[in-house]
Design a protein around this ligand. Structure first.
Ligand code: UGA
Length: 457
C-alpha cells in the first residue's frame, strides 16, 4: 500500500520506517531540510534502538523515501499526520502545526478525485480529529476519510512497540477507510480495536494519564514512608505488587507485569508525552465542565519531586553553596537522549540556584546537546569517573545500567566522601561496601525508635 507520513520526528519516523519494513511503500515528509537530508543519508536524528538499521535497509530497498514536499502525498492511500502537538503556554495542546499541515494537505488532496484515509497519529484531545481536522480536509475533498490512530510507542523501545503492539486503535466512522487502515497493520497480526475518533483520542490520553498517576502515587507513598523511621517504600510497594490482582499466578508461576515498574518511586516522570498529555487532559476536562482534581494532584506531586531530591541532598550536606554535586542522567529516562521535561535537568537548575557546583553525565547525551549548560557553569563530563571524581554527593536521576557501576567508579577515582542519593532506587544497598552513605528516595533517614510514629497516632 502507498503510505505518506507527514512529520519525521519520533513518532513519524518510527511509524514510516516500520510500515516500510512491513512491505508498504512509504514517503516521509519532513519540512526541516537538514533533518530530511540526514534521514536520506540513513542517519536517525535521535537515539532509538533498532531504528537506524531499519531505516538503512528500507532506504536501500526503496520502500522508504524522504521528501520535503507534501505534493508527494497524492499517490498515498493512507496519510498519517505525525506533526508535533506541543504544550501551549496555557497548558493546553497547541494544534497549530497539525491544523496547518491539514490545511496544506487539503490543497494537495483537493484534485485527486479519489479516496484517501487521513489519519491523525499525533496525540490530541477528544474531538480534534472530527471537529478540527476533518472539516479542513473534507471542505476540499469530501472523499477523504479522517481517522484517529494514536501511537503507544515508548521512546527507547518504539520500534519493538510498533512491531509488537498491545493493541492497534483505529478511531473511524468510515467502513472503507477502517478496512484500509487495518490492512496496513495486517502483517503484525495485532489486536485491532475499532472505535470512534473521540474514544481513540481519549484512550490515548487516558493511557498516559494512568502511567503518570501510578508514578505520582508511588512518589506520594514514598514521601509518607520517608517520614516513618525504619520503613522502606520498596518493601511497602512490593507487598502491594504481590496482590494477585496485580501479579497473577498462572500455572503456579507468579507473573510480574511490566506495569509494576511504574509503581515505583523515583525522580518523577518527564519526556515529551506524559507531562504534556496530562496537562492537556486536565484542560480538556475543564472545557467540558469537569475539574480533574486527581490529575491536578498527579501533576503537582511530579512538579515538586525534583525539589524533594534536592532537599534530601541538602539535609545530608547542609548548605549546598560551595558543595559539588554530580547529577547522573540528564535525559528524561534511560535508553534515550531526549532531554524534554527531564527531572535531571530540573534538579540541576535547583542545585545551581542554591549555589552548588554541578557536574553532569549521561551515557547517551553528548555535551553540546544540552543547550546552555556550559554557560551556567555545569561541567559536562565525558564519563562517569570524571563526573564523580570531586563530588560531595552523587544523584542518580535515571535508571541507566551504567550507574550500577557508581560505587565502583567512586572507589576507582579515590572519592571516599561522596554520598549517594539514589533518585531511581537503582542500586542495591546490600551490595555497597564500606562506610559510604547511601540514601534512596522513599527510604527513611530517621533511626527506628520505640516511639516512632506514636506521636502521630
Ligand atoms: C509514553 C508512554 O509509555 C507510551 O505508551 C506513549 O505512546 C508515549 O508516552 C507517547 O505518548 O508518545 P515515553 O514518554 O517514551 O512513552 O516514556 P515511558 O517509558 O512510559 O516513560 C515515561 C515516564 O515514566 C518517564 O519519566 C520514566 O522515567 C517513567 N518510567 C518509565 C517509570 O517510572 N517506570 C518505567 O518502568 C518506565
Amino acid at each position: 500500500m502507498n503510505v505518506t507520513v507527514v512529520g519525521c520526528g519520533y513518532v513519524g519516523l518510527v511509524t514510516g520506517v516500520c510500515f516500510a519494513s512491513l512491505g508498504h511503500k512509504v514517503t516521509g515528509v519532513e519540512i526541516n531540510e537538514e533533518r530530511a537530508a540526514r534521514i536520506r543519508d540513513g542517519i536517525a536524528p535521535f537515539h532509538e534502538p533498532g531504528l537506524a538499521e531499519r531505516l538503512g535497509s528500507s532506504l536501500a530497498e526503496g520502500t522508504f523515501k524522504v521528501s520535503s514536499q507534501l505534493d508527494d502525498a497524492v499517490d498515498a492511500d493512507v496519510i498519517f499526520l505525525c506533526v508535533q502537538t506541543p504544550m501551549a503556554a496555557d497548558g493546553k495542546l497547541d494544534t497549530t502545526f497539525l491544523a496547518d499541515a491539514a490545511e496544506e494537505l487539503s490543497q494537495v488532496l483537493s484534485g485527486t478525485g479519489r479516496r484517501h484515509a487521513l489519519v491523525v497519529r499525533s496525540t490530541v484531545t477528544p474531538g480534534t480529529t472530527e471537529h478540527l481536522i476533518a472539516p479542513i480536509v473534507r471542505a476540499h475533498n469530501p472523499m477523504v476519510a479522517v481517522a484517529s490512530n494514536p501511537e503507544f510507542l515508548r521512546e527507547g523501545s518504539a520500534v519493538s512497540d510498533f512491531m509488537e503492539p498491545d493493541r492497534v486503535v483505529i478511531g473511524l466512522n468510515d467502513p472503507w477507510a477502517a478496512g484500509v487502515v487495518a490492512d496496513l497493520y495486517e502483517p503484525l497480526d495485532a489486536l485491532v480495536v475499532h472505535t470512534t475518533p473521540s474514544a481513540a483520542e481519549l484512550a490515548k490520553c487516558t493511557s498516559n494519564a494512568f502511567l503518570a498517576t501510578l508514578i505520582s502515587f508511588s512518589n506520594q507513598i514514598a514521601r509518607i514512608a520517608e517520614a516513618i523511621p525504619g520503613v522502606e517504600v520498596e518493601e511497602v510497594l512490593s507487598i502491594l505488587h504481590k496482590d494477585r490482582r496485580l501479579s497473577p499466578v498462572v500455572d503456579d508461576q507468579t507473573i510480574s507485569p511490566g506495569i509494576l515498574s511504574y509503581l515505583k518511586p523515583g525522580a518523577g516522570f518527564g519526556g515529551a508525552c506524559l507531562p504534556k498529555d496530562l496537562s492537556a487532559l486536565t484542560h480538556y476536562a475543564a472545557a467540558v465542565g469537569e475539574r480533574a482534581e486527581m490529575l491536578e494532584a498527579v501533576m503537582e506531586i511530579n512538579e515538586t519531586q525534583p525539589s524533594r531530591l534536592v532537599s534530601i541532598i541538602e539535609d545530608e550536606l547542609g548548605q549546598l553553596a560551595g558543595q559539588r554535586i554530580a547529577v547522573l542522567g540528564v535525559a528524561f529516562k534511560a535508553e534515550t537522549d531526549d532531554l524534554r521535561e527531564s527531572p535531571g535537568l530540573k534538579v540541576i537548575d535547583l542545585l545551581l540556584e542554591k549555589g552548588a557546583g554541578v557536574s553532569a553525565y549521561d551515557p547517551l547525551v553528548a555535551r553540546d546537546a544540552v543547550e546552555g549548560l556550559t554557560e551556567k557553569g555545569v561541567g559536562f563530563a565525558p564519563n562517569l569517573g570524571d563526573a564523580v571524581r570531586d563530588a560531595d554527593a552523587c544523584l542518580i536521576a535515571t535508571r541507566a545500567d551504567e550507574f550500577l557501576e557508581l560505587p565502583a567508579s567512586l572507589d576507582a577515582v579515590g572519592n571516599e566522601r561522596a554520598i549517594i542519593v539514589d533518585g531511581r532506587r537503582l542500586l542495591d544497598p546490600e551490595t555497597l561496601s564500606g562506610p559510604r552513605k547511601y540514601i534512596a528516595v522513599g527510604r527513611s533517614r530517621k533511626e527506628p525508635t520505640e516511639s516512632a510514629g506514636a506521636s502521630s497516632l
